[in-house]
Design a protein around this ligand. Structure first.
Ligand SMILES: [Zn+2]
Length: 101
């Protein structure tokens, strides 16, 4: 079982959390101007990389807050955590890639 470190509560068992999928999915600013394919890509298409990527997690059985984790999908090793609105999240917003949860 993974031990996930909630930024507010500390280390907890994986069973207390729900994964919200890939982080940094930006909602289109003008969705009415997208084609059906572009809208479908926004809603459903994810990278699913082999290796390190950023994903969103919800501490469902604890503080019920969302945060982001950088995790290696091969080894399951979590390399870091970020709160939304933190310094790292601001860097993501400048790139136009901040998550919308
Ligand atoms: Zn928590």
């Amino acid at each position: 079982m993974l031990v996930i470190e909630c930024p507010w509560c500390g280390p907890r068992a994986e069973s207390e959390f729900n994964c919200g999928g890939e982080a940094d999915i930006a909602r289109p600013l003008e969705p009415e101007k997208l084609t059906d394919k572009e809208w479908g890509d926004y809603l459903f298409m994810r990278k699913n990389p082999r290796g390190v990527h950023r994903e969103q997690w919800l501490h469902t059985q604890g503080c019920r807050r969302w945060f982001m984790a950088t995790r290696d999908t091969v080894t399951y090793a979590i390399q870091g955590y970020e709160k939304f609105g933190g310094a790292e999240s601001n860097a993501a917003a400048r790139k136009g890639t901040q998550g919308d949860k």
